[in-house]
Ligand binder design. Structure first.
Ligand code: NIG
Ligand code: FE
Length: 404
C-alpha cells in the first residue's frame, strides 16, 4: 500500500456539461487521484462520501477540459502580409500558387531551430490553455523534408512536456508539394510514404497521418497511397477534405476508416453517407471559414440527419486561422454554421476526443480522466454565446488543479 493516500477533491453545486449534454440539476463531483470517482445530484449527495475529501470548488459550470482536435500550432513567422493581400482581393489559392501561403511558412519553419520553434509556439499553446484546452492535436506540415517534418513533430512532443496538457501529433507531410519537387508530386508522395511515415512511426513521433486532399494539395489517388503507407505502419488517419472543392476526399477517408474528415464545406450527401457508415468524425473549422470569408457552408443538416458526429476545432495556423481561442470557435460554429451551443460544446469535448481516437477523454463520467474546466458562467451555453477571455476559474489536468 502506498504511504500517501490518494487525494480526494470535491466540487459542489456545479452545473455540469458532461461532454454530450447539460445535466438537469446542480451536481457534486468527486475526483480521486487522476480520475472522476463520483458524480451525484447535489441534493442526493451523501456527506459520508465527502470524508477525507477537500472542497476545492463551489458553483460555476464544469465541463470536460476542451479538446482541440485540429491545430497547426508549431510554425515560425506569420502571414499578416497575406492577410492584407487577401483583403485587397487576392485569393488564398492565388497566393498559394504564387509560392506564398503554406510554402511561405515552410521557408520560415525550415530556418528555425527546435528551440526557436518552441519559443514561437509556447505563447500560442498558453493562449489555448488559458481558454480551457487540456488536450490538443498538433500537425507537422511546414517542414516538407524528412528532417524538418520530424523536427516539427519533436517540437510538438516537447511542448507536451513543458506544459500540463495532452498533445497528440499528426504527420502532415502531404500538406503541400515541397518546393524541391514541383512538377514531381508523385515523387514527393513517395518520400512521404517511404521515408517520412516509416521514420515518424519508428521514432514514435506521430500518432496519426493527415493529408490535404485538394487541387492545391494532393489528389485522391495520392492520398490513398499515403493512407496505405500510414496503415501499414499502424498509424491512424485524418484528412483535410472538401475545403475548397469536392474531390471525394472524405469518402476516401471513410473507406480507410479515418478518424476524421476535416473542413468539409463542399461535402455532398454521398460523402456524408460514407462518413456515417464508417463512424468517421466530421471536424468543422469555422475559424478558417471566417478568415477566408468563405460562403459555402458545410452540410450541417445532412450531417445531423445521418448522425455523423461533429467536432469543432481551432485549426490554429498562420494562414487560414490565426486564432488561439477555442471558445471563440464555439461561438463561430454557432453563428456561422448554426450549430446549437450544445453541439458546439460537445464538438469541442466528446466529439473532438473521438476525432483523436481517444473516446475516454472529453467526458465527465465516473472513471474518466479528470481533465476538467470550471467556468465563471451560469450556463454552458454562455461559453458559446459570449466571446470573453478570463472566464476560466480552474483548469484541472489529470486530477490536478492548474490555474490558467
Ligand atoms: O487547415 N488547408 C490546409 N491547411 C491549413 C492551412 C495552412 C496554411 O495556410 O498555412 C488549413 O486550413
Ligand atoms: Fe488544417
Amino acid at each position: 500500500m502506498s504511504a500517501f493516500p490518494t487525494p480526494k477533491q470535491l466540487w459542489r453545486d456545479v452545473q455540469v456539461f458532461d461532454g454530450l449534454a447539460q445535466l438537469d440539476e446542480p451536481m457534486t463531483l468527486l475526483v480521486e487521484g487522476e480520475r472522476v470517482a463520483g458524480l451525484w445530484p447535489a441534493r442526493e449527495f451523501d456527506e459520508a462520501q465527502a470524508q477525507g475529501a477537500t472542497e476545492v470548488g463551489r458553483g460555476g459550470v464544469l465541463t470536460p477540459g476542451l479538446v482541440d482536435c485540429h491545430t497547426h500550432l508549431v510554425y515560425a513567422g506569420n502571414r499578416a502580409g497575406e492577410f492584407e493581400q487577401r483583403l485587397e482581393g487576392v485569393s488564398y489559392e492565388e497566393i498559394a500558387r504564387a509560392g506564398g501561403g503554406i510554402l511561405s511558412t515552410v521557408r520560415a519553419t525550415r530556418a528555425a531551430s527546435e528551440d526557436q520553434l518552441i519559443a514561437a509556439s509556447l505563447p500560442r499553446l498558453d493562449a489555448l490553455l488559458a481558454d480551457g484546452v487540456t488536450t490538443l492535436e498538433i500537425k507537422s506540415g511546414y517542414g516538407l523534408t524528412l528532417d524538418d517534418e520530424l523536427k516539427m513533430l519533436r517540437v510538438a512532443r516537447r511542448l507536451g512536456e513543458l506544459r500540463p496538457v495532452r498533445i497528440t501529433t499528426t504527420l502532415l507531410g502531404a500538406h503541400a508539394v515541397a518546393p524541391e519537387y514541383v512538377g514531381r508530386a508523385d515523387d514527393y508522395v513517395a518520400l512521404v510514404c517511404e521515408q517520412m511515415i516509416p521514420a515518424a512511426a519508428a521514432e514514435g513521433l506521430a500518432d496519426a497521418v493527415d493529408v490535404f486532399c485538394e487541387g492545391i494539395g494532393f489528389s485522391p489517388a495520392q492520398c490513398e497511397r499515403i493512407f496505405q503507407a500510414a496503415q501499414a505502419h499502424g498509424l491512424a488517419l485524418k484528412a483535410h477534405a472538401e475545403q475548397l472543392s469536392n474531390l471525394g476526399g472524405s469518402t476516401l477517408a471513410a473507406r480507410y476508416d479515418a478518424l476524421s474528415a476535416d473542413h468539409i464545406e463542399y461535402l455532398d450527401e454521398a460523402g456524408v453517407r460514407a462518413l456515417a457508415a464508417a463512424g468517421t468524425v466530421a471536424v468543422l473549422l469555422p475559424g478558417a471559414f471566417h478568415v477566408l470569408r468563405e460562403t459555402q457552408l458545410p452540410p450541417i443538416e445532412l450531417l445531423r440527419q445521418y448522425g455523423v458526429p461533429m467536432a469543432v476545432a481551432s485549426d490554429a495556423n498562420p494562414g487560414t486561422s490565426p486564432i488561439c481561442m477555442p471558445t471563440l470557435m464555439a461561438n463561430l460554429a454557432c453563428s456561422l454554421f448554426r450549430l446549437t451551443p450544445r453541439e458546439a460544446l460537445s464538438g469541442m469535448t466528446a466529439q473532438a476526443a473521438r476525432a483523436l481516437g481517444r473516446p475516454d477523454l472529453g467526458r465527465i463520467e465516473v472513471g474518466s480522466p479528470a481533465d476538467l474546466c470550471l467556468w465563471d458562467v451560469q450556463s454552458p451555453a454562455e461559453l458559446a454565446y459570449a466571446v470573453q477571455a478570463g472566464r476560466l476559474r480552474q483548469r484541472i489536468f489529470n486530477g490536478e488543479i492548474v490555474y490558467a
